[in-house]
Design a protein around this ligand. Structure first.
Ligand code: PLZ
Length: 448
């Protein structure tokens, strides 16, 4: 592994936020639209590995990786070198005007690594939402059908179509309608909240019954699903749920679209979350960790599906920008060389080992779940499944005050999620988890 440029250690040297961050907060309030908010009020000066250094010199442990983006670490030297080299050669031509090799190479790499041995093609975009929009465009175009089936708790983006696909009203949809039509929502498999003992097959049957009754299989262009839900609460469906949905799709000539924007690229301990159950989607959307911090997204799919769209039907000015492509090739190379899927599994085990014992003393911990380095704690009112969003918020805040970046998520806002860079050093992770354990104990102890 390349040496980190910044000491991989938590170190607070001012109160939080420090004086420089406070000055920036004032400038921000005057200049930046309040519609975009930040989890922490600490302004970042530099970062490497799993450490962020703020403008006041505080070093924070990053257990969020910019929402599952910098899996190869902040400022990974090989990514930085690749970006520097590419930007010095050329930064933009527009692939639709003059093509270049890096775009082709990223597509080759995606085609080779995404689930399934079939012939594939890829197309590149800028953001996750844009990839999801295009997957739906492709599915509708080639099937000649319009309906899109999505799930409770789903998150697919903030553009008009993807707002329609996203489940949660606040903050994503509230007042932003009207939303795109022909979107149908069915129940997800959510073992913690489903009836006790419900199997994956039963949960799939429940969803399929609704699709057939309310939409009609013949009208469905695609079923779009996050194999493990991200923003919705790190919901891991019961085993057998995804394969059952995949089988139904195949039998009804409905395209299965896996949104692996948050789960993809080694995060869950496999290259893709679908791999764990051998599910092979027809189309897969990727973004986030794909390019190690540069904006890049993709739709990868069966050649016979992708080839159904006319030339010029897909594209965009910046899609597959050469600098982003160079970063992607370097990132994927790191994931492979440093075996980051295995690292994700080890991180997941360390998280479980630290957090599981807390359950016996803290019945407010309703569930600890996830896969690989995508782990979450769902907080509830003890003895019930009633969501306790206030506890999640207070635990996150206590971590932030101690210099550990953790994120919350969930339809009910009651889930703490951990998404550390996959290159995080053992000691740094242990320190971060220590802080989290302390925060949980502090907030959930009866006296507090
Ligand atoms: N699909 C599964 O997780 C992005 C959103 C943060 P973009 N998740 C982080 C926020 O509050 O905006 C995401 C995702 C899944 C699609 C997206 C959308 O990806 O790159 O943010 O457009």
């Amino acid at each position: 592994m390349e040496p980190s440029l910044i000491k991989q250690q938590r170190n607070l040297v001012t109160e939080l936020p420090g004086p420089r961050s406070r000055v920036l907060a004032e400038r921000r309030a005057a200049a930046v639209a309040p519609g975009v908010s930040s989890v922490l009020p600490l302004y970042v000066e530099e970062a490497s590995g799993a450490v962020l250094v703020d403008v006041d010199g505080n070093s924070l442990i990053d257990l969020g990786a910019g929402i599952a983006v910098v899996s190869v670490g902040h400022a990974a030297p090989a990514v930085v070198d690749a970006v520097r080299a590419q930007i010095g050669r050329f930064s933009h031509t527009c692939f639709m005007v003059n093509p270049y090799e890096a775009y082709v190479e990223v597509c080759e790499s995606l085609n080779a690594r995404t689930p399934g041995e079939h012939l594939k093609r890829s197309v590149l975009f800028n953001s996750g939402a844009e990839a999801v929009e295009n997957a739906v465009k492709i599915a509708r175009h080639v099937t000649g059908r319009q309906a899109v089936v999505v799930f409770d708790h789903a998150y697919h983006g903030r553009t008009n179509l993807t707002m329609a696909l996203t489940a949660k009203n606040m903050p994503y949809r509230h007042g932003f309608g009207p939303f795109a039509p022909e979107v149908y929502r069915v129940p997800m498999s959510y073992p913690f909240r489903d009836p006790e003992g419900m199997t994956g097959q039963q949960a799939a049957d429940r969803a399929i019954e609704q699709i057939e009754r309310l939409v009609g299989a013949d009208n469905v262009a695609c079923v779009l699903i996050e194999p493990i839900q991200g923003e919705g609460g790190f919901v891991v469906p019961a085993p057998g749920f995804l394969p059952a949905i995949a089988t139904w799709c195949q039998e009804r000539s409905v395209l299965l679209v896996a949104d692996e924007i948050q789960t993809g690229f080694c995060r869950t301990g496999d290259w893709f979350a679908c791999d764990a159950e051998g599910v092979v989607p027809d189309l897969i959307t990727t973004a986030k960790a794909l390019a190690g911090g540069m904006p890049l997204a993709a739709v990868t799919g069966r050649a016979e599906v992708m080839d159904g769209v006319h030339a010029g039907g897909l594209g965009g000015t910046y899609g597959g920008n050469p600098v982003a492509c160079a970063a992607a090739l370097a990132s994927i190379d790191i994931m492979e060389r440093e075996e980051l899927a295995d690292a994700a599994q080890r991180i997941g085990e360390a998280i479980r080992t630290t957090l599981e014992p807390l359950r016996t003393t803290h019945p407010g911990i309703g569930d600890i779940r996830g896969r690989g380095a995508m782990m979450a704690i769902e907080l509830v009112v003890p003895g019930t499944t009633e969501p306790d969003a206030d506890a999640a918020r207070r635990i996150a805040q206590a971590c932030h005050q101690a210099g550990v970046v953790v994120l919350t998520c969930g339809s009910y806002g009651n889930v703490i999620r951990l998404l550390p860079p996959l290159v995080i050093e053992d000691e740094l992770l242990a320190d971060g988890l220590d802080v989290l354990s302390g925060a949980i104990t502090e907030v959930l102890s009866p006296a507090s």
